[in-house]
Design a protein around this ligand. Structure first.
Ligand code: PHB
Length: 387
């Protein structure tokens, strides 16, 4: 090191704090689904995080923030675990983040605990996830959180009998259980239930079974991306809409990222969820503008928003710790943290480390010739009812 440089460094240290230029960046290890059948999820998460960094800069408290991205290639717990281990041991990441799919998040939870490293869940939405490590904080949602209000709405709005169709894994089972519990408590009746495989589902036989049962309505949850598009196609092809079977769903099914690929089938479908591109607020306007600068080819969806908010949480932690990272202190900042999100106000519950937020009722409508989830009512401050 040159003499003057050494002197400057020493002076900075004596002045109380390492000079910013000598420090390693703060690393955020993003474990996400960047290829394979769930690549839409990885794209949304990564671009949401990038959009946040583009607007807010990549330096916080004098330290550069760096994303280190790893691809799970799908629902692959072993791959997720291997990536997380390498991120923690080799890259020495300060945060783990991302996690589109529940099995990947569950596989990594014990590693976050062992390394005392905060793990920010930007999508995976099975209730149990946050229980699996005290270092997990979730900024996305839970299926139970959005399904309970929908079931209440359905009964109040004339649906007395419903069939359920869910993906056969964590979030689907949560959605099925919460729909049944809330709908039956209100006085409704479940007339049939099916679970579809997470990998390569062929919806045709399930849809035929539902059509033959002639239920008043069908409630569905399948993970966002390719599956809702395939489901909608089958729903129309098999004529369930023409048979007068009403469709209600969590917002995963009519999500903004793919709704334009669904034709007119989803028109009129009522869903409950936490984010719509059509949400009117200054924060959402700013988010949409930032996202378009990163990815002008797709609409952002609720996952991109959660990644944006996850980065907001990470930036706030770094700011409050003045750039000196410590897993336990980071968790103390995350507990009770409030964020002014593009979806509306959210908070990370201090006790459960799970997200508390507004759940909106939305109806698919055409605005300017394009399909949108138009909000028509809401329930504020919804906690995960499964906790
Ligand atoms: C999940 O695996 O937890 C998951 C995936 C996609 C969704 C919701 C939840 O749309």
């Amino acid at each position: 090191m040159k003499k003057w440089l050494m002197r400057a460094a020493l002076a900075a240290l004596v002045a109380g704090g390492a000079p910013a230029w000598s420090e390693e960046p703060i690393k955020v290890g993003m474990v996400l689904e960047a290829s394979g059948p769930f690549a839409d999820i990885g794209r949304q998460l990564l671009n949401g995080a990038r959009a946040y960094m583009k607007v807010h800069g990549d330096t916080v408290a004098g330290r550069r923030i760096e994303l280190v991205v790893r691809d799970t290639t799908g629902a692959a717990p072993d791959v997720a675990k291997r990536h997380a281990q390498q991120l923690l041991v080799n890259d020495k990441v300060d945060f783990l983040a991302g996690f589109g799919l529940t099995p990947n998040a569950l596989a990594v939870a014990p590693l976050a605990t062992a390394a005392k490293t905060p793990m920010i869940i930007m999508n995976a939405a099975t209730s149990i996830i946050t229980v699996k490590s005290p270092y997990i904080a979730r900024v996305s949602f839970t299926l139970a959180q959005v399904t309970a209000p929908l079931a209440t709405w359905a009964y109040r709005n004339g649906i007395k009998e419903a069939y359920t169709l869910v993906a056969d894994y964590g979030p689907g089972l949560d959605a099925e259980a919460m729909f049944k519990k809330t709908f039956e408590a209100a006085g409704g009746k479940i007339v049939g239930e099916v679970r579809t495989p997470l990998r390569n589902p062929d919806f045709a036989p399930f849809l035929q079974r539902i059509k033959d049962a002639k239920p008043q309505a069908v409630f569905i949850f399948v993970p966002s991306g390719e599956q809702p598009v395939a489901f909608m196609k089958g729903f129309a092809e098999r004529g369930l809409d023409k048979a007068g079977i009403r469709l209600i769903a969590t917002g995963d099914v009519t999500e903004d990222g793919v709704i334009e690929a669904m034709g007119d089938t989803p028109l009129g479908v009522v869903t409950a969820h936490q984010y719509s591109v059509a949400h009117e607020s200054a924060q959402n306007k700013a988010f949409l503008k930032a996202f378009a600068e990163i990815d002008s080819a797709h609409r952002p969806n609720f996952m991109a928003v959660a990644a944006w908010d996850g980065m907001a949480a990470i930036y706030e932690v770094v700011r409050r710790l003045n750039g000196r990272m410590d897993g336990d202190k980071a968790m103390d900042v995350l507990k009770g943290l409030k964020i002014d999100s593009p979806r509306g106000p959210i908070m990370i519950d201090a006790e459960t480390r799970d997200v508390v937020q507004t759940v909106y009722y939305r109806k698919v409508q055409k605005v300017g010739g394009k399909l949108y989830n138009v909000e028509f009512d809401k329930v504020e401050n919804v906690k995960d009812p499964a906790k």
